[in-house]
Write a protein that binds this ligand. Structure first.
Ligand code: GLN
Length: 555
């Protein structure tokens, strides 16, 4: 019988419910249990794939190509597991399924209602996780906070689960926030009390409260929460904001969270947790280290969550190489207006991450041009690889018109283009090349050296590809195809010759980086950036277009 730990949020969102769930998953795995984590998102989109990063942050892609919430990235990184499509359920999916069943006549003339039809569909999807991933303990996190109208069907399903699978097989953890009142210098428990009352009114009594806060929580406050919320004192767990999120599992370990949860589930640990590696990771994260400055050139730089996995992957590589990653956020559209160049010139390495649509594209191409001409290490991720190819083609073909057909349908040099199988697709959702695809590494290239392998598999999310009609001509001018699909049709990794490190991958390596196992391409890139930073004298030369004008005085 699968057992469940349910996570709800109270007071405000974005206080780290996902990280808390991920950390508990790690604690349980350390005790020898097979765990999986599921996120229930109350919005009506079928998946976040079609949502703007401004709305939702990054879209995290799984092995099977599911486009999911960024919390799944936390789960995979903390627990070091691979999740599947069933691990992210949205109201959109649930309603679409219920309505299509109704159209098929599956309900035999019944009236279709939220309870029981929608809640049954939710429970059925929760049940799939244990089955499909062979997990013994499934952690389920509900997005948003208690009190949202949207999340009611999910909470009702969780409530029913307690009697469906048995009281001894479910634990409910409520993650709340304790606001700090500056004038009186105290933390307040009232919003927590209210959110627990709200949760109770829908029939869920939390077994544990994780009280997030920016300030230390004393014993009095804990006993107050315990008393007013009717939760055992040892199950009131303060979780103060920490210098690094990697400390969260250790903090929860220290607070005895896993022991409490296992006790509730009637389980005893199968092995002693071994935190040596993780403690070492935390120690390295806390150590003060020399900096390496990485410019990230994107169009959603105001919203850091939009590049969550890229930042994480950079940090993993930095930790392995003993460097603090200092992020320089550069807005690609600003570069086009002559702004933001100072950051680029200070950078030891430049990353152009994934993206869609033409806004800011020319700025990214300028950044690639700057990296190539000044021999600044460059890592292109998906769109960043396409940008690298466009920039190189403009130079190699002597035509400023080389482009991707995504941005210029009529370009005379479509160096990046749709694959024939993509042309007939009209739907936007879930129709890209998604998920794991194999890649054969070409011996003697930087990519092969970084991986130390002959073949790898990486996660994709894109519609456009390198246009093979340009393989030979660009190859002659110094473009190296270091990763190719096994059938030889698709360029997966490209590099620029005679450059310390200019490499782009058509896939998203950031999704497979783990805290203790940095992704080889990120590691190689950061190594190159460290070297470049060490030998750097002065700042790089600006692209020709920017030279003629005085950067600072431009509006
Ligand atoms: N827009 C590009 C494509 O669809 C790149 C996508 C991405 O960076 N994920 O191919």
């Amino acid at each position: 019988m699968t057992q469940y730990v349910f996570f709800t949020g109270g007071v405000v969102s974005s206080v780290g419910k996902g990280v808390t769930a991920a950390a508990l998953g790690r604690l349980l795995k350390e005790r020898g249990f097979r765990v999986a984590v599921q996120k229930l998102d109350p919005y009506l989109n079928v998946d976040p794939g079609t949502m703007s990063p401004y709305q939702h942050g990054e879209v995290y892609v799984l092995d099977d190509g599911a486009e999911t919430d960024l919390d799944l990235g936390h789960y995979e990184r903390f627990i070091d597991i691979s999740l599947s499509r069933v691990c992210n359920v949205t109201s959109g999916q649930v309603y679409a399924e219920v309505i299509s069943k109704e159209r098929r006549g599956d309900f035999l003339g019944g009236t279709i209602q939220v309870i029981p039809h929608v809640t049954n569909e939710i429970k059925q999807r929760i049940g799939l996780v244990g089955k499909n991933l062979d997990a013994e303990i499934v952690l389920v996190e509900v997005g948003g906070t208690v009190g949202d109208i949207e999340s009611l069907p999910f909470l009702e399903a969780l409530r029913q689960m307690r009697s469906d699978v048995g009281r001894n097989n479910t634990v409910y953890i409520h993650v709340t926030w304790l606001p700090y009142i500056g004038a009186t210098r105290e933390l307040k428990t009232k919003p927590t009390q209210h959110s627990v009352r709200e949760l109770r009114s829908i029939g869920i009594s939390p077994d544990m409260i994780v009280a997030r806060s920016d300030y230390p929580v004393d014993g009095d406050l804990r006993s107050k929460i315990s008393l007013f919320c009717d939760v055992e004192m040892r199950a009131v767990v303060p979780l103060v904001t920490l210098p690094t999120v990697y400390q969260v599992p250790l903090e929860l370990e220290h607070a005895g969270v896993a022991d409490f949860v296992l006790e509730r589930l009637g389980l005893t640990p199968r092995k002693q947790p071994n935190w040596e590696d993780w403690e070492d990771l935390v120690a390295r994260a806390l150590l003060s280290k020399p900096k390496v400055r990485i410019a990230l050139v994107g169009k959603y730089v105001e919203l850091r969550d939009a590049y969550m996995s890229v930042r994480e992957a950079l940090n993993h590589a930095g930790l392995a190489l003993g460097r603090e990653i200092e992020m320089l956020w550069v807005h690609s559209a600003e570069l086009e207006k002559g702004k933001g160049w100072e950051a680029l010139r200070e950078a030891d390495g430049i990353v152009v991450p994934g993206g869609f649509g033409s806004r800011g594209i020319e700025g990214k191409i300028l950044a690639a041009n700057y990296a190539r001409e000044n021999k600044v290490p460059y890592l292109g991720l998906c769109l960043g690889m396409q940008v690298m190819v466009i920039e190189f083609a403009r130079h190699a073909l002597g035509s400023e018109e080389a482009n991707s057909t995504e941005f210029d349908r009529g370009t005379p040099h479509p160096v990046i283009d749709l694959m024939p199988e993509q042309r007939a697709i009209a739907d936007m959702g879930g129709t890209m090349r998604l998920g794991l695809y194999p890649c054969v590494l070409q011996p003697g290239t930087r990519a092969a050296e970084a991986y130390g392998l002959e073949r790898t598999e990486e996660r994709h999310r894109h519609r456009f590809e390198f246009n093979n009609a340009y393989r030979e001509i660009l190859g002659k001018q110094g473009m190296i195809y270091s990763g190719i699909s096994p059938d030889g049709r698709l360029v997966e990794i490209a590099e620029i010759a005679n450059h310390p490190f200019m490499l782009g991958s058509q896939f998203h390596p950031e999704f497979l980086s783990r805290p203790n196992r940095p992704h080889p391409l990120f590691r190689a890139f950061i190594s190159a950036a460290i070297q470049y930073g060490g030998g750097k004298n002065g700042k790089g030369k600006l692209p020709k277009r920017e030279e003629s004008s005085s950067i600072q005085t431009r509006p």
